[in-house]
Write a protein that binds this ligand. Structure first.
Ligand SMILES: Nc1ncnc2c1ncn2[C@@H]1O[C@H](COP(=O)(O)OP(=O)(O)OP(=O)(O)O)[C@@H](O)[C@H]1O
Length: 135
């Protein structure tokens, strides 16, 4: 099964078959590498607006020669303002990433992270526990 089909299947597990307005407006731009500032009401689908392009890109890189070098490195960092939101985003990310074998982690003491609050990131960066070199 192709990476695209796996992603569609992962979305179907979340009962998602059509993009929301926010996703329609943002995903094509993010896929082209543009920076996006998106403000929309809660529940409008902002999380997938950035997670889908990220997973799609990681999957494409996995299929390329670039993957070998960075396979065990942190490649994506999501900063959110609360631990609750971090757990929420991580749960969606895990569902999307599962078919590809990508790991999603939130920060725990002395544990490298992918998703955590900005305060946590700053704390861990100062302690030199988090290597962001490959971002
Ligand atoms: N295209 C879609 N079709 C159907 N449901 C969707 C779609 N995109 C997201 N959802 C669902 O809508 C709900 C809200 O999505 P999401 O958490 O991404 O919104 P949000 O804008 O990030 O909200 P918040 O501002 O509270 O973080 C989730 O349950 C998600 O699974």
């Amino acid at each position: 099964m192709s990476g695209f089909s796996l992603l569609v299947e992962a979305l179907e597990h979340l009962d998602i078959t059509h993009p929301t307005t926010v996703q329609l407006q943002t995903i094509p731009k993010v896929m082209k590498g543009h920076n996006i500032l998106c403000a929309a009401e809660t529940g409008s689908g902002k999380t997938l607006s950035y997670l889908l392009p990220v997973v799609h890109r990681l999957q494409a890189e996995k299929d390329s020669e670039m993957y070998g070098e960075g396979a065990h490195k942190i490649s994506t960092l999501v900063l959110v303002p609360s631990r609750e939101l971090a757990e929420q985003v991580a749960a969606v990310s895990r569902t999307l990433c599962a078919p590809f074998g990508f790991l999603t982690r939130t920060i725990q003491p002395f544990d490298p992270t992918v998703i955590q609050t900005s305060t946590g990131i700053i704390l861990y960066s100062h302690r030199r526990r988090l290597c962001l070199y490959h971002l």
